[in-house]
Design a protein around this ligand. Structure first.
Ligand code: G
Ligand code: G
Ligand code: MN
Ligand code: NA
Length: 253
């Protein structure tokens, strides 16, 4: 109830912000993209984490407006960076309710037209849960989005029920290996073997593989050798405000 009111207030009074986490090329180490992550500020203070407010936003339906805001904001930011000579890609998380909501494609198309962002610089991150929420039309919708030139990634791969068969079933460009896998690869031989197999198979299907939550050089070296194409994690940078991210871009070369 309290969070719901705070969210409504935030939407009307411009208190939502996006932070950006670097996505780096696994071989070369430089920034090639950013994941946009929502933050909620109340009088300048961050009062609730996304893990607290996103479920509330989903339950109340507010995620449709909030998600649309985030998508537009991220596209405008990416367009600005592109104009400034940094054509990095931007990844935006999409919630189940937002995705299944009638008119998702039209909104997306509208935002691309409005912002003038090259669609190939936009990537939508969908979890298996999101893809399952779309009903019969899901595959068609995914294809349509891809035909518009937007990239799709399967987020949090490794959780829930998702399995390698999804990679064949859903037309996605990339999969993101969830943090829990990455955390255990250096300690647990089974996790290491499974992760290596996932990366190998995804690469043979021509998908990019992004490892999330990379915190150590040991993890990074393992993942690079296993064939990961991209990495995200505190080793390369935590989510940061756009001004900070811009500083990183200017020294990125
Ligand atoms: O930002 P943080 O690292 O704490 O993210 C926590 C969770 O909140 C992530 O799993 C992410 O999927 C989700 N999240 C962050 N920003 C957004 C957003 O803009 N839309 C949706 N749907 N989820 C988001
Ligand atoms: O589910 P999703 O991947 O969209 O959420 C990303 C979340 O993971 C964000 O909350 C972000 O702050 C967090 N995160 C990003 N990199 C790391 C990391 O290296 N370690 C840990 N523990 N969390 C991370
Ligand atoms: Mn994500
Ligand atoms: Na994720």
């Amino acid at each position: 109830q309290r969070i719901e009111n705070v969210l409504r207030h935030a939407l009307m009074h411009d208190e939502l912000r996006l932070q950006y986490q670097p996505k780096v090329d696994a071989k070369l180490g430089h920034i090639v993209g950013a994941e946009a992550l929502l933050r909620l500020y109340v009088q300048g203070e961050e009062m609730f984490t996304p893990d607290q407010f996103i479920p509330v936003a989903e339950d109340t339906g507010l995620i449709v407006s909030i998600g649309t805001w985030a998508l537009r904001e991220a596209c405008m930011q990416a367009r600005t960076w592109q104009r400034e000579g940094h054509p990095i890609s931007i990844s935006v998380n999409v919630s189940p309710l937002q995705f299944q909501y009638a008119g998702f494609y039209e909104r997306l198309d509208g935002i691309l037209n409005e912002t003038g962002l090259d669609p190939s610089l936009l990537e939508l991150e969908l979890t298996e849960r999101t893809m399952m929420s779309g009903g019969d039309g899901t595959i068609r919708l995914l294809r349509r989005i891809r035909q518009r030139g937007v990239r799709l990634s399967l987020d949090d791969f490794g959780t829930g029920y998702n399995s390698l068969s999804y990679l064949k079933h859903f037309p996605v460009d990339a999969l993101k290996i969830e943090r829990a896998f990455v955390r255990d690869i250096a300690q647990d031989a089974e996790t290491a073997a499974i992760t290596r197999a996932i990366i190998g198979m995804a690469r043979s299907l021509n998908k990019d593989v992004i490892a999330e939550g990379v915190e150590t050089e040991v993890q990074s070296a393992f993942l690079r050798d296993a064939g990961c194409s991209h990495m995200q994690g505190f080793l390369f940078g935590a989510p940061m405000p756009p001004e900070k991210f811009e500083e990183r871009l200017t020294i990125n070369g």
